[in-house]
Design a protein around this ligand. Structure first.
Ligand code: MN
Length: 235
């Protein structure tokens, strides 16, 4: 008879998510005491204050240390309760998210979306866009200014909490938005594809500095976009 622990160890796999900043352990069964958690909180790739004045330090601190940490903790709690076979990565979990619990959808999405969000921002922003991405933007939108306008528009019109997305669909790029912590990798998304940019438009992402002025936050956000990381996310 196969030993359960060795079976689980055998099946343990490591998946790289997004830009490769996030490691995720997977296992056959629900978590047992002492097992490594399904998800871990990735460190910010810069200081809390690094995105000032566009994104303020306190917002970054609370957003990462409290909000993102809660998504990770609650995702681990939810995964520990589940008994189905977990997938090798969050991405593959999203393919059938409509069949999973609301907790896994919300906190799994929250974990993935924020892990990406930290990576696609940088204090060393430049306007130079890698060729492959620039070509795709020009082909789909005409120019980068039109892309920004469409993204800001989608982000402004998203009622309540959610995300605005730049999504890759093979050779084409499209703009969309999702409610809550959904994302374009989920089977429930209206517009599906590879997420290249996600802008968090939950109030916790901007309210301390921008209060009700979501548009000002969106205009400022493009001053910290990390075009190199966005390009790396292309498939
Ligand atoms: Mn957030």
């Amino acid at each position: 008879m196969e030993n359960n622990q060795s079976r689980r160890n055998f099946i343990k796999a490591t998946a790289i998510i997004g830009a490769g900043a996030l490691l995720t352990n997977t296992k056959l069964n629900a978590l047992a005491p002492g097992d490594a958690p399904f998800a871990t909180l990735p460190a910010l790739p810069y200081d809390y204050a690094a995105l000032e004045p566009h994104i303020d330090m306190l917002t970054m601190q609370i957003h990462h240390d409290k909000h993102h940490k809660t998504y990770v903790d609650k995702l681990n709690e939810a995964m520990a309760k589940e008994t189905y076979t977990p997938p090798p990565s969050l991405e593959s979990l999203f393919e059938t998210i409509s069949a999973k619990s609301v907790a896994i959808r919300n906190h799994g999405g929250g974990h993935y979306n924020h892990s990406m969000f930290w990576q696609i921002m940088t204090p060393k922003h430049t306007d130079t866009i890698p060729d492959k991405l620039k070509t795709a933007i020009d082909a789909s939108f005409g120019n980068v200014e039109t892309l920004k306008k469409q993204m800001n528009d989608a982000a402004s019109k998203r009622f309540g909490s959610g995300w605005a997305w730049l999504v890759q669909q093979k050779d084409k790029l499209v703009v969309s938005s999702t409610p809550n912590q959904d994302n374009p990798l989920m089977d429930v998304a209206e517009v599906k594809g590879q997420p290249l940019i996600g802008i968090d438009v939950w109030e916790h992402a901007y309210y301390l500095k921008y209060q009700n002025k979501r548009g000002d936050y969106l205009d400022a956000w493009w001053n910290v976009v990390n075009w190199n990381e966005v390009a790396k996310r292309m498939r």
